[in-house]
Design a protein around this ligand. Sequence first.
Ligand code: AMP
Ligand code: MN
Ligand code: MN
Length: 326
Amino acid sequence: MTKSTFAEIGGVLRAHQRFAVLSHVRPDGDALGSQLALALSLQKLGKDVTVWNEDGLLQKYNFLPGGERLTQPPREPQDFDAAVALDTATQNRLGTAGESVRSAKTWINIDHHPSNPGYGDLVYIDPTSPATGQILFELIQTEQLPMDRAIAENLFVAISTDTGSFQYPNTTARTFEIGAELLRCGVDVGRVSQLLYENYPRRRTELLRELLGTMRFEAGGKIASFSLSLKVAADLKVKPEDNEGLIDHLRAIHGVIVAIFFEELTDGKVRVSMRSKSEEVDVSAICQKFGGGGHKLAAGTRVRGTLAEVEQKILKAICDVIDCNS
Ligand code: AMP
Ligand code: MN
Ligand code: MN
């Protein structure tokens, strides 16, 4: 895979004027936090920065500094000097945000997904980094790009959400050092964590109640899953963002190795979210068989079919990897 240096990326960031900063559809905290951190840093450098995400700024991330800058892309495409794709494993996961960039002299791809094929002109992919936000911190520090409390808060959200609050095995000593550095920049960890993890709408917990009602165990308890139908989603008026993190309730169960969340979508597909608790079970490899990707322990895909059909297909694929007969 081509790999650019921070110096090359820093050089291009300083040389160009008009930037588009993009990330993946159905964004998470790493996607949105990374977008806003880079956008604010570029803005402080005096650049013209456009920040687009197909889904816009999710309500629950409203508190992110600079959040008002992040919008859904316009229908009419625009031209840029450089476009930056952050935390986006494949270019088509930029969705309409990618389509709205008519031209960019330079495409920069910064990510931590091992399945990222390395699209773009300047590519920096570090699969050992737990969050794209961590790579951005290193870029900003190495290249002495602008940093302040607002940028630090966005980076903290990016890193905290992708590491499960500094808990997942992808968390390194360096992650804690960066966390400390971000606190020194003025991040209020109690306030930000409360906004992130103790501020959910009531319907999210009502959704959890429904999901737990569909909970199933396979392979002697090694596989746990639950499913969300369009009907239940409509009845509870849930937003797509409400289910981020609910899969962790399955992962948290003793004996569970693979947790799966199936969500019926309006386009005849089912969104599949997978988590693994064992280095020996690579859920990204399983999702790649169905056109998706992600990380070894956290991955996803979208599969055409009804809930029942997709559940069956996915379970079968997992049973090719772990012993389901014991
Ligand atoms: P999620 O289960 O949606 O939280 O996603 C878990 C991980 O898998 C994230 O790192 C995603 O970027 C990645 N992922 C999810 N869906 C896809 C997909 N359709 N294609 C590639 N990667 C995906
Ligand atoms: Mn992400
Ligand atoms: Mn990420």
